[in-house]
Ligand binder design. Structure first.
Ligand code: AKB
Length: 322
């Protein structure tokens, strides 16, 4: 395991920036190549190991990095998220579909051993049951982001069955974290609210108070990726993407939880175009297949996540690091 040479695309993004550091800790700094594109990399990312600029829509550029660093595992995180996707649907299709296709092709052609690719709760649309949404159900998303995730899941499954490419995936809910801000998603309010509550004691939330969505704290998000990637291949019965769940809460419940630490905090609710996206997604997820196959178990609920976020962000903002 310690000989793995890993490439992380989207390494400057919300998940990538923390996943890269975790992988460097586990597999050695020089063995994990961080690849970013538009966002500026943090000093931590630049100083702790190799960094390359990489456009995942350029197959030859991916090939070059894979050959140069003798990559055998790819965490392909580069993507356009749901809200930006609705503003730039062509870009979302190009980056999400062609980026994944290029990664899978390079994997097949150059003997990369394993790929992790995140799907999302955005694969579901209003026809799917919104409570305890099953692993296998109707997938008719209404966002282009969701469409790219459904197509991506099918492509991953195809590359596994046709070519034996060992590609593994989970359907992430909204991810909450204190290190790097998310960029352009519908669930971003659940992160922004913490910054604004600590800095200004007020927030204007872009979804209704009663909007319930599944969410996950970053330590569980990273654990899901690593646990799945370390699982024995014969345990993995799902090659599209696994449902994974941690907590579900309404925007109003999140406000009430934050108020326990910041009593003067006020939140106004002004839904915008993202409300429609949120209303088409599940409220809670059935992740029994992931629990059964590779022992998935999250550690953080709403109370534990809020306590940790407030503590970490208060410290970070006081030090002037956010
Ligand atoms: C988004 O809101 O677009 C993402 C997601 C749920 O995949 N956070």
């Amino acid at each position: 395991m310690s000989k793995e040479k890993i490439l992380v695309t989207g390494a400057t993004g919300q998940i990538g920036s923390e996943l890269t550091l975790k992988l460097r800790k586990k597999y050695g700094n020089d063995n994990v190549v961080a690849a970013g594109h538009k966002r500026k990399p943090s000093e931590k990312l630049l100083e702790s190991g190799p960094f390359v600029y990489l456009d995942v829509t350029d197959k030859e550029a991916i090939e070059k990095v894979v050959k140069e660093y003798e990559i055998d595992t790819i965490y392909h995180l580069a993507a356009v998220l749901s809200a930006i996707g609705e503003e730039k649907p062509q870009l979302a299709w190009h980056v999400n579909i062609n980026g994944l296709y290029n990664v899978l092709e390079v994997t097949r052609e150059h003997g990369v051993q394993r790929v992790f690719w995140p799907s999302s709760i955005a694969v579901f649309g209003p026809e799917a049951p919104r409570v305890n949404t099953p692993q296998n159900t109707v997938l008719i998303p209404r966002t282009v982001y969701g469409v790219t995730k459904v197509a991506g899941e099918l492509l991953c499954n195809y590359y596994f069955t046709k070519f034996g490419v060992d590609v593994r995936s989970v359907r992430y809910p909204g991810i909450i974290s204190s290190e790097t801000l998310p960029g352009g998603g519908t669930t971003d309010y659940a992160v922004e609210i913490f910054y604004e509550a600590i800095k200004h004691r007020r927030y204007v939330c872009f979804v209704r108070e009663d909007t319930v969505l599944p969410m996950m704290y970053m330590p569980d998000c990273l654990k899901a990726a690593l646990d799945l990637m370390e699982a024995d291949a014969d345990k993995i019965t799902c090659r599209t993407s696994y449902n994974v769940s941690a907590m579900s809460f309404s925007a109003g419940e999140l406000v009430a939880e934050i108020k326990k630490y910041i009593p003067g905090f006020t939140c106004e609710f002004k839904p915008d175009f993202r409300q429609k996206i949120a209303d088409s997604w599940p409220m809670s997820i059935d992740d029994s297949a992931a629990r059964r196959d590779w022992g998935w178990k999250p550690a953080y609920d709403l109370a534990a996540m809020t306590r940790d976020m407030i503590e970490k962000l208060t410290r970070k903002l006081a030090e002037g690091n956010a």
